[in-house]
Write a protein that binds this ligand. Structure first.
Ligand code: PNS
Length: 159
């Protein structure tokens, strides 16, 4: 059984993340979306709101239960991968800037526990979307509906 882990903050879960989840599901028997909680990052949505929005999206898109959501506990990502029997992590690359950020983490995870990283190039039509920019546009009163699954839009409306 091949399990891939798609880790991230997902604050909020975007159409870019959804595309990655769908494509990762085509490569593996199961995909675990691991939602990280970084207490030093001022988040918009709570962990519970993010998890619920992702679960609703996976249901609506027919990806559940092969794609499921778990909280990523504090600690090493590779320990989580080992615990659930995942050999590899999936990350999206929108640009070379993303690769500069991702490469050291991928090398470290390989060094620590032989956990590989599978990089998927973000679809060009989604490459402008990041959770941080969505949060900024939303905070400044701009439209974000066409960058998010409807469950994430609803979660933002309730904030
Ligand atoms: O969506 P993000 O915020 O870019 O996700 C970052 C994440 C959760 C993938 C990253 O912070 C992470 O892997 N955290 C786990 C901590 C860890 O294992 N660090 C050491 C090896 S790089």
């Amino acid at each position: 059984m091949t399990t891939l882990v798609l880790p991230g903050s997902f604050d909020p879960f975007t159409l870019g993340h959804l595309d990655l989840a769908r494509r990762a599901a085509a490569l593996a028997d199961e995909v675990v979306i691991a939602v990280s909680h970084n207490p030093s990052k001022a988040g918009l949505l709570s962990l519970e709101q993010r998890r619920r929005a992702i679960e609703e999206t996976l249901q609506a898109e027919g990806l559940a239960p092969r794609v499921r959501v778990e909280d990523l506990p504090a600690g090493l990502l590779v320990d989580f991968c080992r615990r659930i029997g995942a050999r590899a992590v999936v990350r999206g690359l929108r640009s070379q800037l993303d690769l500069s950020y991702e490469e050291p983490m991928a090398r470290m995870n390989a060094h620590l526990a032989q956990v590989d990283t599978v990089f998927l190039l973000t679809d060009q039509s989604l490459a402008h979307i990041s959770s941080s920019l969505v949060r900024e546009v939303h905070a400044l009163g701009g439209p974000v509906e066409d960058m998010l699954p409807s469950a994430s839009v609803e979660a933002l409306r309730r904030v």
